[in-house]
Design a protein. Structure first.
Lengths: 316, 282
């Protein structure tokens, strides 16, 4: 991978440490993965406000719940597959239902733990989390955006699921974007097709849009980091303006961003939709994140093809 | 006993015993009216809950959100009828609310709900959360320089869940001397005897092995309960687990030690019989 940008975990680890200096209510917890999630940056700077609970994600969530009840702002760090699956009951009952102010930093999401394979991939977490009432689900695209989200998430009153990649992508935002829960970001405008994406796929969508532009196809690219609450107004504007929508995510095509957008579009302004994502299957172990993503339907050419298919259906 | 909530003083053993039976009667009336609830585990814990709410805990029903209050997490959340009866008798809400339990517009949910019911310090019902959440509260309290104690009431069957032991390890690691867990050891769970469904013994050794301060008592003896809590408060560097030996369904002869009364409501005849037996002890 080329140098010059930070992995998402490193960007988050640094941003959390930086924010920790100004907000003393923030406490950070990890489940024996702090040298992977890089919550260790915070741990090294603020050892009194860092708690390592060992390999026990359900306990990780519950301890954070207790701290939240006392008024702290706990940020729990764990591997995405573990926190979203093994600790789901704790999150459902004690965070979502009890509406406790727990922030879940879900690292190594999507296929980003390519080396560890499908046991460690997390490709259903967005679907799970967005079904929880009161849960805010945020999927950032790059380093500067992660930095922008940290204070917003910490200051939001209520549970947040913050989905982070182990790896990273080249820069999407040249300067720190202004982010807001419930708001999407329009990265480019074009009348032929609207691409709605989030997270690590944002960069690939911009590349696909560039290729399509060279072929004379005008593409809107919406980055939708706030998957819940969703920016339905922006989605419907995009559907109206382009007449064809393509969703793109490093997640199963079931239940995630694609599902969320389809729910909105089919109800309020039906247009052709294509979903780029992992096709209801487990992936495989891979040599690097990019080739694994390419192998499971997330390549730039997959996005280009989906855009053309959506446009084709519009013209039928 | 309607006026107990008006008093702020602590009670003697005779009064506490009567009050425990009053809470049993309240609970069963609620369960009978609603034809739903868990009498067995409410009755086994009646003296424990009575001692905590009417003697041990530093709480103010007029100010349920008081920052310095002791906290109580009913980890065995299915004993909700008992907790609701205690909260009402303590004065957190009108006694009349108890008879609306489970109605759509009533704040009393099937299991305790921190967002709906005054005096409930944490939502519970799915078993296993009390120790880990309690430990989180304890760590936070210490960091904030607060002196309150966190109490949690566990079921014995509940200790079959792994997260109880995750929480115990953590509470020991962080030396949560301000955590007092009480185990309602009645040896009966939904499907039968605990020692048959999934044996827990040697239970004392288990908790000792997790570096907890272990105290063993008769969970129906109010003096022993209060003594154990006072002893637990003296230990600053370890969480305490009070193993309270109890009888499931205690106080109603035909319910005692029977798993069928874990989660069954009495019919009219059973309710009248139970009322008579409990009434004699108030």
């Amino acid at each position: 991978m080329s140098m010059g940008y930070l992995s998402q975990r490193e960007a988050f680890g640094r941003a959390l440490k930086e924010y920790g200096a100004e907000n003393r209510d923030v406490v950070v917890l990890d489940a024996d993965t702090s040298s992977s999630t890089l919550s260790k940056f915070f741990a090294d700077a603020f050892p009194d406000r860092f708690f390592n609970v060992g390999i026990a994600e359900p306990c990780l969530v519950d301890v954070a719940v207790g701290m939240a009840l006392a008024g702290f702002v706990p940020v729990i760090n764990a591997f995405s597959a573990l926190v979203s699956l093994r600790a789901l009951e704790q999150i459902r009952t004690c965070v979502s239902y009890a509406n406790t102010n727990v922030k879940i930093a879900s690292s190594y999401a999507g296929l980003s733990d390519y080396k560890d394979g499908p046991t460690h991939h997390s490709i259903m977490d967005i679907g799970i989390m967005r079904m929880l009432p009161g849960m805010t689900v945020i999927v950032p695209a790059d380093e500067l955006e992660i930095k922008a989200w940290v204070p917003v998430i910490a200051q939001h009153k209520g549970p947040v699921y913050f989905r982070l990649s182990r790896d990273g992508t080249p820069v999407v935002h040249e300067k720190e974007p202004v982010v807001e829960i419930g708001k999407g970001l329009k990265l480019r405008s074009g009348k032929d097709v609207g691409v709605i994406t989030a997270g690590t796929m944002t960069y690939r969508c911009l590349k696909a849009a560039q290729e399509l532009t060279e072929e004379g196809i005008a593409v809107t690219v919406i980055e939708m980091p706030s998957i819940k609450p969703l920016d339905t107004a922006l989605i419907l504007d995009t559907a109206r303006e382009t007449g064809a929508v393509v969703t793109v995510e490093e997640h199963s095509i079931l239940g995630g961003l694609g599902g969320a957008v389809a729910e909105v579009v089919t109800l309020h302004h039906p247009v052709p939709i294509e979903r780029v994502g992992i096709q209801d299957t487990f992936a495989r172990t891979g040599p690097d994140p990019d080739s694994l993503m390419d192998a499971f339907g997330l390549s730039v050419s997959d996005i280009v093809r989906a855009c053309k298919e959506a446009i084709g259906k519009k013209e039928q | 006993m309607n006026n107990l909530k008006e008093k702020d003083s602590k009670f003697d053993a005779v009064t506490l015993n009567k009050l425990a039976n009053q809470l049993r009667l309240d609970s069963l009336e609620m369960i009978y009216r609603r034809q739903a609830g868990h009498p067995g585990g409410s009755f086994s814990a009646a003296e424990i809950v009575t001692c905590l709410f009417f003697h041990c805990m530093n709480i103010d029903p007029n100010n349920p959100a008081w920052d310095e209050r002791d906290r109580f997490i009913l980890s065995k959340g299915h004993a909700s009828a008992l907790l609701y009866a205690a909260l009402a008798r303590k004065g957190y809400f009108p006694l009349a609310d108890l008879q609306n339990w489970g109605d759509l517009d009533c704040h009393l949910q099937g299991h305790p709900d921190i967002l709906k019911t005054p005096g409930v310090d944490m939502t519970s019902g799915i078993l296993g959360h009390g120790i880990a959440i309690g430990a989180g509260l304890c760590i936070a309290a210490r960091a904030q320089g607060k002196n309150y104690t966190v109490y949690t009431l566990l079921g014995d069957g509940e200790c079959q869940a792994g997260i109880i032991w995750e929480g115990a390890m953590l509470a020991s690691k962080y030396q949560c001397g301000n955590l007092i867990a009480i185990l309602d050891y009645n040896d009966v769970q939904l499907d039968g005897f605990v020692h048959e469904i999934m044996p827990m013994e040697p239970l004392i050794d288990k908790w000792n092995a997790f570096n907890c301060n272990v105290i063993e008592i008769d969970g129906h003896n109010v003096s022993e309960i209060i003594g154990a809590v006072e002893a637990a408060k003296m230990v600053e560097d370890k969480p305490t687990i009070i193993i309270a030996h109890t009888i499931k369904g205690k106080g109603v002869s035909f319910m005692e030690n029977k798993s069928e009364w874990h989660g069954k409501a009495p019919n009219k005849q059973e309710w009248e019989l139970a009322q008579e037996e409990l009434g004699r002890m108030i």
